[in-house]
Ligand binder design. Sequence first.
Ligand SMILES: [Fe+2]
Length: 293
Amino acid sequence: MFVTTRQIGPCFAAEVDGVDLTKPLSEEEIAAIHDGMNRHAVLVFHDQPLTDEQQLAYTRSLGEIEHAIGTSLRAPDEYRLPTTFADVSNLDKNNRVYARDDRRRLFAIGNRLWHSDSSFKVVPAKYSLLHARSIPSRGGNTEFADMRAAYDALDAETKVEVEDLICEHSQIFSRQQLGFFDFTEEEKERFKPVRQRLVRTHPATGRKSLYLASHAGGIVGWPVPEARAFLRDLIEHATQRQFVYAHKWRVGDLVMWDNRQTMHRARPFPVEEPRDVRRTTLVGDGPTVAQAV
Ligand SMILES: [Fe+2]
């Protein structure tokens, strides 16, 4: 079968037909998927009843897996899934829904702010692959913003201003915006800021993108309030509706996105309902700026 991509309405994302992700893919199919990612930045595969092993095998066929170690407030003995997965569900290790005031849940609410996965790591993520095992009765959409289009739409003066700026990213900055301040000393050390370029050039297409996230809490050489106001304006600009695709989940959907070219955010859903979505992630090629790993 041939892999085909079909653009979703007028937006940048595309649906993919003609591929069964439960089976090993041919080189041609893998190349077609990378091509589709380069072009669309978000690809949607419907009706893929993947097991964990199949999701891992598919992810590995595209590149090297990024492990999720120490990036949430789950303690090592509280992991529900192996570290080859980022567990972005609302479930504890016994598959019980987190209580409303559970600290791990409140930290994870940070995912409702616009972000790019792992921008708080020295080597940030390339692709994320999110698979829906169970979804809530309403809400819980994931929204994606096209950061290439957002860059293209900047005025010439702003393009010059942002070109060489370096931002500082930390999960502490995104959580502070939601009033989550109670980090332990160990967590403050673990979530220390890293530096990322504000403008990235895609290695395959040569297109420029704004590399933004709510994790960005400063610009090197700028006073903090001025930097945060500037970054907030850029995020507002980049998430105007014409740049956004909202994905309404069905069980069995696998959605892939390129974190170098997009931002995304989760939307709220009923607190007592399980949302079992499992993310695998590909590591990026390297740091976006020189810094200690
Ligand atoms: Fe995310």
